[in-house]
Design a binder for this molecule. Sequence first.
Ligand SMILES: Cc1cc2nc3c(=O)[nH]c(=O)nc-3n(C[C@H](O)[C@H](O)[C@H](O)COP(=O)(O)O)c2cc1C
Length: 329
Amino acid sequence: MLEARFCVAPMMDWTDRHCRVFHRLMTRRARLYTEMLTTGAILYGDRARLLGFDASEHPVALQLGGSEARDLAVAAKIGEDFGYDEINLNVGCPSDRVRDGRFGACLMAEPALVAEGVAAMKRAVSIPVTVKCRIGIDDQDPETALDELARGVVAAGADALIVHARKAWLNGLSPKENRDIPPLDYDRVYRLKAAMPDVPVIINGGIAGLAEARAHLEHVDGVMLGRAAYQEPWRLLSADPELFGEAAPHAAMKDVLAAMIPYIERELAGGTRLHSIARHFVGAYHGVPGARAFRRHLAENGVKPGAGINVLREAMALVEDRAAVPIAA
Ligand SMILES: Cc1cc2nc3c(=O)[nH]c(=O)nc-3n(C[C@H](O)[C@H](O)[C@H](O)COP(=O)(O)O)c2cc1C
């Protein structure tokens, strides 16, 4: 069975490779996901830039957006060859741009097409292929819509299902509203798991911290945190101890940031701007003296042309040394 007890969600513009390296320094056990990449970008774009990642990121999944079976198969194979540990298909993104391309959440209405895509990817790769979906869209009945999608993709060979436990409403809501307004229905995801006991089911949506995550794990195989993990990354330091009974990779956020420095120096030498990496540290500190000064120093100085590693060191010096990591609630 796919090991996915704890996952950090795919998030466009957020879970880029720098972010994932940062997250990995806080939890060895989380399964990490890339931002969604369209099959078109992978087939015709700058693959090294789009798909390159750091060896420390494993296990890391590549999320694809697309619906054409042949393209999905080729993109999945390229992902496997780059070293990704899993290919995940996006059947949950509600943006107009995505819908025009006939992929993302609108595919909830085309379960046969999704199953075809999964079957094609399974034939093309030997790593796990998973699907991330909603419980339904618009006026679909989640009881039938989710079952139909799930049964189709599992029959096609999907190795796990990740379910964002709310509908997407494709008419009238922005993507952001679609992450908050349609009501959460965790029970629907629990029922899916009960109906498919052999299929790993990972629940997502509105999970605020690790206590909640533990409660969900009574019903499903895995939890996926999105915004809570990104905006309050300090929570990730409690993931290995609380969910796996293992020590965290580092005792405190200062140690995590210190461990980022060699990576950042390598990246700066290769032409990456400090801000591209340090922007992911905005929520690093929470409720400790100096947290605001840390944020402000990075925001004001990290964006300056030629900003170097000293900006991060100065920001770190503003936070009380060895501040205890708050235990995630
Ligand atoms: C900024 C942002 C970008 C996102 N981009 C993606 C994406 O590329 N692919 C995807 O499947 N979901 C995407 N999502 C949705 C998340 O993966 C997740 O399903 C959603 O945020 C609900 O989980 P949460 O309440 O834990 O944040 C995005 C969410 C956010 C906040």
